[in-house]
Design a protein around this ligand. Structure first.
Ligand SMILES: C[S@@+](CC[C@H](N)C(=O)[O-])C[C@H]1O[C@@H](n2cnc3c(N)ncnc32)[C@H](O)[C@@H]1O
Length: 256
């Protein structure tokens, strides 16, 4: 009932997200407002429109960090320059990019490995369902714990200090283009060569995983690289179309 209400009033479609995880998160809002039942919570939503945005931000978990799973980025640093023509540039897409840590990490890999000509033709499209998260991402200012995986040399080259925080330099920000997109409802981006979709499928039920994966598969060019989260696997129906690039890592190459 609550999920139907959210969908009909706001168009946010959480109906096929995993129930257990949604329930845990909704309970947090119950506790915050000291309500016990769904009808009471719906009443609270009706009387305070701001509660909708608090609920939305509770339901969309945005835990991330720079170079999350550093081995993935090491692998990409080694393989991307050989896979794609250095000067032609790379079109990448980070779907479910939270506060921007992942697309900026990928843009740093591009800056470190591509030629100046290649960088001119490269872009990391970064999308998320939450427009407020993207506003924060565009500001590109991070606390120390977000950049704990960043080496001192890379910090020196691509970050600078602002009021004790760490801001990403323009040379990296310039490579990333943010946009609001609900991957459940919207069409995907086409002709993508590197596609990150990490720690998003874990919130979807199996039916929704397959539906969304169909969009990702359509996006990726043959020979393109797909990066999923550590706990995520390719849906069975698509597995034959991909080969593993990095052993135990969830990094795949789309077969030609
Ligand atoms: C846990 S974060 C993952 C961040 C990053 N990819 C990582 O692995 O570090 C999941 C992100 O997916 C976003 N998200 C949830 N549902 C979405 C949807 N239907 N379309 C696009 N993004 C969505 C959330 O807002 C959140 O920012």
């Amino acid at each position: 009932m609550l999920l139907e209400k959210i969908y009909s009033e706001h168009g946010w479609d959480f109906r096929n997200y995993k129930r257990a995880s949604l329930k845990r998160r909704i309970q947090k809002r119950f506790a915050a407002l000291d309500v016990r039942t769904y009808p009471d919570y719906c009443h609270a939503l009706d009387s305070d429109p701001a509660e909708y945005s608090r609920l939305f931000s509770t339901l969309t978990i945005k835990v991330s960090e720079f170079f999350r799973e550093p081995e993935v980025f090491d692998l990409l640093s080694r393989t991307l320059p050989a896979k794609f023509t250095r000067d032609a540039g790379i079109k990448a897409w980070c779907c479910g990019c939270a506060f921007g840590e992942e697309p900026y990490s990928l843009a740093i890999v591009f800056s470190e490995t591509l030629s100046a000509e290649g960088l001119k033709h490269s872009k990391v499209f970064a999308t998320d369902i939450d427009p407020d998260a993207l506003d924060t991402a565009r500001k590109a200012v991070y606390r120390e714990d977000s950049i704990r995986n960043v080496t001192p040399e890379v910090r020196e080259r691509y970050f600078f200090k602002v009021n004790g925080m760490n801001k990403v330099k323009y040379v990296v920000r310039n490579l990333v283009k943010f946009g609001t997109q609900d991957i459940v409802k919207s069409p995907s981006i086409s002709k993508v060569q590197v596609l990150f979709c990490r720690n998003l499928f874990i919130y979807f039920n199996k039916t929704l995983q397959e539906k969304v994966f169909e969009k990702l598969d359509y996006s990726l060019v043959p020979g393109g690289v797909l990066v999923l989260g550590k706990a995520e696997v390719l849906p069975q129906r698509f597995a034959a179309g991909y080969s593993a690039l990095g052993g135990h890592l969830s990094v795949y190459e789309k077969k030609a």
